[in-house]
Ligand binder design. Structure first.
Ligand SMILES: Nc1ncnc2c1ncn2[C@@H]1O[C@H](COP(=O)(O)OP(=O)(O)OP(=O)(O)O)[C@@H](O)[C@H]1O
Ligand SMILES: [Mg+2]
Length: 247
């Protein structure tokens, strides 16, 4: 039985989809079987970030409404030993999708894969309630800005209400010069403002932006500091979230 990890943020544009793609790819490079599920209905991007946008025939909505079987909506990423992707529906209409539909889908995927990454929509509305329904753990993405941190804290409190107790923070888009100069909150300050443990930090790097636009997960490039960093974050998540038999 695998683990379902939700990737969420209070504020939009913090890097959830970038993180989902690269942490999923990193787990796959670490010999785990992985599926990345895009649950950002209507504002989906993850297919583009993986360069798989032309391969999506059926999506998660189709699976949950019984239009197709799970296997028909799983798109294999041939660059990896065992990485699949499931797209989000192109419309925002959730229709008859309830949290229970997502919970059941996640349970079935966790039977098939070691790690299920769910890329959530930004914010704390119904989209989050639905996307988080099957989550065993959550990674909350924030940037080092007070607005983003405050929204991360609000999200964190919602996640507690939703019964998700394994919650971790990743601080993304760090520009060290700005942090050192005190123009943006430092990690000590951020960790004082947020309840969950900070399990990773990611620098602002144009190469990340470029790779996203090219549809190539940046961790595919060997021997970069970015890949080593994602390896470290993946190892910490494995330690905290994966059942012993999968370590
Ligand atoms: N560390 C980084 N360095 C440089 N650019 C980054 C970094 N992280 C993310 N980006 C860029 O920021 C933008 C937003 O990232 P992304 O789409 O992953 O955010 P998101 O949280 O999924 O957004 P949304 O809330 O709209 O779903 C993208 O253009 C991405 O390439
Ligand atoms: Mg996104």
């Amino acid at each position: 039985m695998g683990t379902v990890i939700l990737v969420a943020s209070g504020k939009g544009g913090t890097g959830k989809s970038m993180f989902s793609v690269n942490i999923g790819a990193t787990f796959a490079l670490r010999e785990k079987s992985v599926v990345i599920v895009d649950m950002d209905m209507g504002l989906r991007n993850t297919d583009l970030y993986l360069g798989l946008e032309n391969n999506v025939v059926y999506d998660a909505h189709d699976v949950m409404t019984g239009v197709c079987r799970i296997k028909q909506a799983l798109i294999r990423d041939e660059r990896f030993r065992d990485l699949c992707f499931m797209g989000a529906s192109p419309t925002r209409e959730m229709g008859e999708i309830t949290p229970l539909h997502v919970k059941v889908l996640c349970e079935k995927l966790a039977d098939m894969f070691d790690v299920v990454i769910v890329d959530a929509p930004a914010g704390i509305d119904d989209g989050l309630v639905v996307a988080s329904a099957g989550a065993d753990a959550v990674v909350i993405l924030t940037t080092p800005e007070y607005a983003s941190i405050r929204n991360a804290d609000t999200l964190d409190k919602e996640l507690v209400k939703l019964g998700i107790f394994k919650r971790y923070v990743v601080v993304n888009k760090i520009i060290p010069e700005l942090m050192q100069a005190g123009y943006v909150p430092g990690l000590d300050k951020i960790s004082g403002l947020l309840m969950p443990e900070i399990i990773g930090t990611i620098l602002y790097d144009d190469n990340i932006n470029i790779s996203i636009n090219l549809g190539i997960p940046i961790v595919l490039k060997p021997s970069t500091y970015i890949r080593r960093n994602f390896e470290m974050i993946a190892a910490r998540l494995e330690e905290r979230c994966l059942p012993e038999e999968l370590l």
